[in-house]
Design a protein around this ligand. Structure first.
Ligand code: ACM
Length: 261
């Protein structure tokens, strides 16, 4: 399966420009599944709920229709992050679109920094869905710092986890190597890059989008450049949770000793 990511620097509030950028970047792409960054269509740093409300959309809003058209013309499924409006509540969300349409949506569970003032904490939970006989899971950026998020997806059978991101701290890319090894699955991170300054406040996004294999090998990792990268991976390798002849990482879990609450 050919899986990859798109990294670029979205223009705040300018969906038209961001759609055009993605359309141009995907012109001659050859992939089965591609991942775009968190909030790829709007940018990140909303000043307040009012501004967010003007840019947020229902799951099957304009951005969904744009992505679905791209998916139909490229024959490549796309997962992407966007600001969701639902009954005047807002979520930092992600959807997975195939040629036949929407097959999964996810609402960011762990909100970073000032996101908590404008978004609701996600209520979808960590769900696994199937596409082309492969089990996928989704998470958004800061979810990475809670190992429980990846573990939940792994225990539910995810073989490939797609993380849409807007990373501002340096830790995630290396942490995902450990997450991949301890859960024996593939992790794709699509980050944005560059700076966004709003009302005197600057965010620097680190880029470093990557694909990591179940053995911790970094199959692709970029710097801050806008790019589309695709790697060929064999999702079946993520079904094997054995580290060696005597250690199956899932079978060996000592649930009797772990804290429950
Ligand atoms: C983040 O969750 N966007 C850092």
């Amino acid at each position: 399966m050919r899986v990859g990511f798109v990294q670029f620097n979205p223009s705040f509030g300018n969906k038209k420009a961001n759609f055009k950028t993605v359309e141009n970047m995907l012109q001659s792409v050859n992939a089965d599944v591609l991942l775009l960054p968190e909030l790829f269509n709007t940018g990140y740093a909303f000043l307040d709920k009012k501004e967010l409300g003007e840019l947020a959309e229902p799951v099957q809003g304009d951005t969904y229709h744009f992505i679905h058209d791209v998916v139909k013309s490229t024959k490549c499924a796309i997962a992407y992050g966007f600001a969701e409006r639902s009954d005047n509540l807002y979520y930092n969300s992600m959807s997975f679109i195939t040629p036949s349409g929407l097959i999964a949506s996810y609402r960011k569970s762990h909100l970073f920094f000032e996101e908590r003032f404008i978004f609701q904490p996600g209520d979808t939970g960590f769900n696994v869905f199937e596409y082309e006989h492969v089990k996928f899971g989704m998470m958004i950026c800061w979810d990475w710092i809670y190992p429980e998020a990846m573990r939940t997806l792994a225990l539910k059978g995810a073989q490939v986890v797609l993380q849409a991101a807007n990373l501002v701290t340096p830790y995630c890319p290396d942490a995902m190597v450990t997450r991949a090894v301890e859960n024996r699955l593939f992790i794709v991170t699509a980050d944005r890059a560059g700076d966004e300054t709003r009302d005197g406040k600057n965010y620097h996004f680190i880029g470093m989008s990557q694909v990591v294999a179940p053995n911790g090998k970094i199959l692709e990792r970029v710097s801050e450049e806008p790019c589309v990268k695709v790697v060929e991976l064999n999702p079946a390798t993520a079904l094997d949770k054995k580290m060696n002849a005597h250690n199956d990482l899932f079978v060996d879990r000592r649930q009797d000793l772990y804290f429950r609450y």
